[in-house]
Design a protein around this ligand. Sequence first.
Ligand code: BTN
Length: 183
Amino acid sequence: MKRQNIVHLTQTALMTAILIVLGMIPGIPLGFIPVPIVLQNMGVMMAGEILGPKEGTTSVALLLLLVAVGFPFLTGGSGGIAVFAGPTGGYLLAWLFAPLLISSLRQHFGSRWNWWQEFLMIVLAGVLFIDVTGSLWLSWQSHIKLTAALMSNLAFIPGDLIKAGVAVAVARQLRRVPVLNLG
Ligand code: BTN
């Protein structure tokens, strides 16, 4: 196996491990919708920010695969195939595509982005994309009006903006370390 492949494999596995650890941090239930505030979505943003499109997507896909076969790796220890059909199914689907979106945008346009430009991209591709996809599914699955689902998701925005800021700050520092060979 080529050295580059081993590096990418290791980076992917490490990111999945980070996602699992973030899932161990308890969520904050909101009461008015069956979707908690979690930290795991910051790992999804980081997967796109730190890794290439293929590795970032694979790291999240691996988490979701482990969840699907029953490992309790989502926030609050949930797991099993049924969670994908539950109220948070839309967010989980969006998690799968967010790293591809984030990493591709960054690789194509991001070489000269400053902090704020990169932050804006994450807000669009890592916060709004996930929250809107999640709301669409939530509205359909839980028979909530779409406007109500979208309005409820506003509760996630302050926390999600902080997570986006942390993901950008961490990624920009890590990308400066040549030995890490990040995407
Ligand atoms: C799950 O554990 O089943 C998925 C939880 C999804 C929570 C979403 S991710 C985007 C938004 N921000 C949060 O903090 N929570 C929701």
